[in-house]
Design a protein around this ligand. Structure first.
Ligand SMILES: CCOCCOc1ccc(-c2cn(C[C@@H]3NC[C@@H](O)[C@H]3O)nn2)cc1
Length: 447
């Protein structure tokens, strides 16, 4: 069997997000977010699940930090709920919310765990949504004020900042496909929202630099991979469009200061070119210190006229799927990381999310989630292949530490290496947790 070995300075960790784990939705002055509204809208979330309680991490954060510590992790990626800091998005600070994140961060630092903080992981204050949300450019300034407050308040404690998580999800999944909050279905709106998210990212980076606070800053786009069914130009072009929807569309503005022309042309045909103001792209392309990459799945794709937004169909090649019905495709992880290197150079990269959904339940106090272990093994192998091909990967954060609220799928889908009983809130380390702990300790594993 092959031994897959990582560098000694490689950073290992796990990730979560505020709305998915905290609960305490109406506690200590927290304001309403768009996910509170969306999850309480009948038919939007599986089983009518909400983040009202979630994993109750707001009250159990010390237990969860112990889980991170016992894992042997170097880094813990969490997100701050904007409505806990500014309940109406702007204006008066909610000190109890600030105090909570100081307690959380201090507990990490006390155990030698590096905090990696995501400022926007989708829980936009509802008051801002009521004024147009990310379609209203005033939300950009509100985000910059929130980010500026956080940079200064946590200066010296938090030294790795992520501005926006998965702008593709917050724009296209949330405003064109409509599966996520606020649930619009308007392509022009989606391209404008995506653009405003990128402007907000760029202005936050600019403010970070001007603030002279310690640390590094980046963002965390999600990517996928469509492998052409054949070498026919139609198949290759269709897959290029499908890949660019996540990749070039959200990477070129940051790394090149322009949108990919072939995608602008495509969106022009659809009547949905984003509204770009003078100076926007200079702001968006502020240099960043690191790139977060979130990868879960990929597939083989083929040209099919009028299929979806890009004349692209996904082919069922019979690859195994996880319990969320996503194909298991580690080759795509390798391919997309090499493409990022080829297109954007040697920017330091953290895998800020990669993980598998398997809904195994505890039996006699154990969770034998061996398929999750296999998924992690094959994806870490693809990751190491990319590193050996020159991709500048600095660390890997598994999604997710805990089973949690998986957005429109509620609590029906479990990504955690720790099982959460949503009745009792009891945490149970799964076999994958123990395997990951051993891998972190040794810096290697047997494939
Ligand atoms: C073309 C039609 O498509 C319909 C559904 O399309 C998608 C795409 C992507 C996702 C998706 C979900 N996740 C996991 C989360 N990442 C952030 C963290 O909060 C995790 O919970 N990543 N991507 C869901 C649905």
């Amino acid at each position: 069997m092959a031994i897959i070995k990582f560098p000694k300075d490689f950073k290992w960790g796990a990730a979560t997000a505020s709305y998915q784990i905290e609960g305490a939705a109406n506690e200590d002055g927290r304001g309403v977010s768009i996910w509170d509204t969306f999850s309480k809208t009948p038919g939007k979330v599986h089983n009518g699940d909400t983040g009202d309680i979630a994993c109750d991490s707001y009250h159990r954060y010390e237990e969860d930090v112990d889980l991170i510590h016992d894992l042997g992790a170097d880094v813990y990626r969490f997100s701050v709920a904007w409505p806990r800091i500014f309940p109406t998005g702007t204006g008066e600070v909610n000190q109890k919310g600030v105090d909570y994140y100081h307690k959380l961060v201090d507990s990490m630092l006390a155990k030698g765990i590096e905090p990696m903080c995501t400022l926007y992981h989708w829980d936009l204050p509802q008051v801002l949504q009521d004024k147009g949300g990310w379609d209203n450019r005033e939300t950009i300034e509100a985000f910059v004020q929130y980010a500026d407050f956080m940079f200064k308040e946590f200066n010296g404690k938090i030294k790795k900042w992520i501005t926006i998580n998965e702008p593709w999800c917050s724009s296209f999944l949330s405003n064109y496909i409509g599966e996520h909050a606020p649930g619009n279905q308007d392509l022009q709106l989606a391209t404008d929202v995506g653009h405003h998210l990128l402007v907000a990212h760029g202005l936050a980076v600019k403010r970070f630099r001007e603030s002279n606070v310690e640390g590094e800053i980046g963002y965390a786009p999600n990517v996928t991979w469509f492998e052409p069914y054949s070498t026919k130009e139609q198949d290759v072009d269709a897959c290029n469009r499908g890949n660019a929807w996540n990749l070039e569309w959200f990477f070129d503005p940051v790394f090149k200061g322009s949108y990919p022309q072939f995608m602008l042309d495509w969106f022009k045909e659809k009547g949905a070119v984003p509204t770009i103001l003078n100076g926007d792209l200079e702001i968006i392309s502020q240099p960043i210190d690191f790139l977060g990459v979130n990868y879960y799945t990929g597939n083989v794709g083929r040209y099919k006229e009028n299929e979806g937004l890009f004349d692209l169909e996904s082919i069922d090649m019979g690859y195994d799927k996880t319990d969320i019905d996503w194909f298991i495709y580690p080759e795509g992880f390798y391919k997309v990381l090499v493409k990022i290197k080829d297109l954007y150079g040697s920017v330091p990269i953290y895998i800020t999310e990669n993980g598998a959904c398997y809904n195994d339940e505890p039996e006699n106090g154990k969770v034998a989630d061996h398929k999750r272990i296999d998924y992690i093994k094959t994806h870490l192998t693809a990751l190491k292949r990319s590193m050996d091909s020159g991709v500048n990967i600095k660390g890997f954060l598994y999604w997710s530490l805990l089973d949690n609220f998986e957005w429109a799928l509620g609590y029906s889908m479990r990504f955690g290496i720790v099982h959460v009983n949503y009745e009792t809130l009891e945490r149970t380390k799964k076999d994958s947790y123990h395997w990951y702990n051993e891998t972190i300790k040794k810096g290697e594993f047997e494939l």
